[in-house]
Design a protein around this ligand. Structure first.
Ligand code: KIV
Length: 258
């Protein structure tokens, strides 16, 4: 089965939780797909893998390059690609051009954009009319790091109301799902109840229709994880040990064996 945006909506109705993770390369994508992940996000959080402090320096060319690799490894999951900072905010034409490149050059099935202000809603609506499935993203939006920082959003009733309104406006504009990042759990629940499209939470409580994590956080590869991430295994320690074992064996002339 190939997972479609429509399938995610069906699963919301059936209350079947949606599993999403990020991938930036072929091997990881292949592993996630075979392990049963529903949605693979080629997130601009790839910045961490490339050694940047935040997502802003990521280019469209870099996203295309990595999205191509991810798509080569996926048979079943829905692949969504983040449009990077300032590759869609300037104008509808710019967004159409960037999303068009993702579709023509990678084989991904959807793009994700951050924000829900009036011009972005118009942009999303035009992309959807052109046949491009779009995923929204509200709450903490990392491309606005210099305005929002990395703190939890929606803590006051006014902010919570604003994020709810943004999510509703995104649904109205035609997104097929919306990422809710780093907001109080009650707000995640409230938005999830009010939308008919799926919510995919990251630090937004257990009641969202699905959950996404950055895979390098889940695997314990990242040097620092956000407070809401759960580390399921410590690959940093395992890799270090394996590499140290190799160093010892080479220096002792134990590898390769006869
Ligand atoms: O870039 C990314 O990995 C994301 C997730 C945090 C949802 O947008």
């Amino acid at each position: 089965m190939v997972i479609t945006p429509q399938k995610l909506t069906e699963w919301k109705r059936q209350k079947r939780p949606i599993v999403a993770l990020t991938a930036w390369d072929y091997i990881t994508a292949q592993l996630l797909d075979a392990a049963g992940v529903d949605l693979i996000l080629v997130g601009d959080s790839m910045a961490v893998m490339l050694g940047y402090q935040n997502t802003l320096p990521i280019t469209l060319e870099a996203m295309l390059h990595h999205a191509q690799a991810v798509c080569r490894g996926v048979e079943r999951s829905l692949v969504v690609v983040d449009l990077p900072f300032l590759t869609y905010q300037e104008s509808i034409q710019q967004a159409m051009h960037s999303a068009g490149r993702v579709f023509k050059e990678t084989g991904a099935q959807a793009v994700k954009l951050e924000g829900a202000y009036p011009q972005m809603l118009e942009t999303i609506s035009r992309l959807v009319q052109a046949g491009i499935p779009v995923m929204g993203h509200v709450g903490l939006t990392p491309q606005s790091i210099h305005q929002l920082g990395l703190r939890q959003q929606g803590q006051t009733p006014e902010q919570a109301e604003q994020i709810l309104e943004q999510a509703l406006a995104l649904e109205h504009a035609g997104v097929f799902a919306v990422v809710l990042e780093h907001i109080p759990a009650e707000l995640g629940l409230n938005i999830t109840n009010k939308l008919s499209i799926p919510t995919i939470g990251i630090g937004a409580g257990v009641d969202c229709d699905g959950q996404v994590l950055v895979t390098s956080d889940l695997l314990g590869l990242s040097q620092r994880q956000p407070p809401f991430a759960k580390v399921y295994t410590n690959l940093r320690a395992q890799i270090t040990q394996a590499v140290q074992d190799f160093c010892v064996e080479v220096r002792n002339r134990e590898f390769p064996s006869k």
